[in-house]
Design a protein around this ligand. Structure first.
Ligand code: GUN
Length: 294
């Protein structure tokens, strides 16, 4: 039976550090400000945006939620981004994805001032991260890294296998784990849907990070005895036993894999809480930089 790595617990310790930083900024006249822009009414996005605003308020930060109708034009959205880029009370902001299909995501991301790009989606920030000079780190991979570091998992020289090659998780996760320094210094392999004999590679992992977006994709036979397993997946599957008729599961067959892993993150209370936590950390860092350069 393995140790549980809980983002819920790890995020609480990071929040307590952030509270100190926020207090200190406020005492010097800067209240960290985060804005979240939501276009349309995607129900999942509405939930995320509400959670982000609520967390900001809980931490005593300045929180702005901009909700725009589904028929907002790209030009109107660009104008709003221009306003947020200039607004000195907003240190960081993000545009919640996905956007309605008539708006081009890349054009929107490129319009965000990289100094306020707390998602770390702007190509300038992706490049800075890749060369080991990050302005920000993207929230979900940064959250996974903090879970490893704060659970005492040694990553130096370890073989980290990442399952999935998305721009939001797999690719930045690989870049971060191969950097020089603490919480990284790993040997990294990325596997994906086109990898030949994927289980033969995942079985080599000392640390297996799974972000494939397929329910229960990683089974016990794909995991080495004693590996550390981090499950980034959230998949809704049918569950006739639940009142809702469905439940959330990860990309890892938790019940079987936990018997083989030395440590594992569950889904619900695992990586999930880390994403908003690291977003808040980025917003506070942006406010700290803005306060220094004032
Ligand atoms: N949609 C799902 N996750 C994210 C995220 O981390 N940032 C943004 N902007 N949109 C998302």
């Amino acid at each position: 039976m393995s140790e549980l790595i809980l983002g819920k617990t790890v995020s609480e310790s990071i929040y307590s550090e952030l509270r100190g930083k926020i207090e200190s900024l406020k005492s010097k006249g800067t209240t960290p400000g985060l804005a979240v822009v939501l276009v349309g009414n995607d129900p999942a996005s509405e939930v995320y945006v509400r959670m982000k605003g609520k967390k900001c308020e809980e931490l005593g930060m300045h929180s702005v939620t901009v909700t725009l109708p589904d028929h907002t034009t790209q030009e109107e959205l660009l104008k709003k981004i221009g306003e947020l880029n200039k607004d000195p009370s907003i240190h960081g902001f993000l545009v919640q994805l996905p956007l309605p299909s008539h708006i081009d995501e890349k054009t929107i991301i490129n319009a965000i001032d990289p100094r306020k790009d707390v998602d770390c989606f702007h190509p300038v920030n992706v490049g800075k991260m890749l060369i080991g000079e990050p302005e920000f780190l993207p929230a979900t991979p940064a959250g996974v890294q903090q879970m490893l570091v704060r659970s005492g998992v040694d990553t130096k020289g370890k073989h980290v296998v990442i399952v999935g090659r998305s721009n939001i998780v797999g690719k930045p996760m690989a870049a971060m784990m191969m950097q020089k320094g603490g919480g990284a210094d790993s040997t990294v392999t990325v596997v994906h849907s086109r990898t030949r004999d994927l289980p033969s590679v995942t079985r080599l992992a000392d640390i297996l990070i799974v972000a494939m977006g397929k329910a229960n994709f990683v089974t016990a036979d794909m995991v080495k005895d004693g590996a550390v397993v981090i499950d980034v997946g959230t998949n809704r599957v049918d569950d006739p036993d639940s009142p809702k008729g469905s439940k959330l599961v990860g990309d890892v067959d938790f019940g079987a894999v936990k018997e083989k892993a030395s440590a594992i993150s569950p889904v619900a209370g695992g990586v999930g809480p880390m994403t908003i936590c690291m977003l808040m950390a980025n917003a506070v860092a942006a406010a700290e930089k803005a306060a220094v350069s004032r």
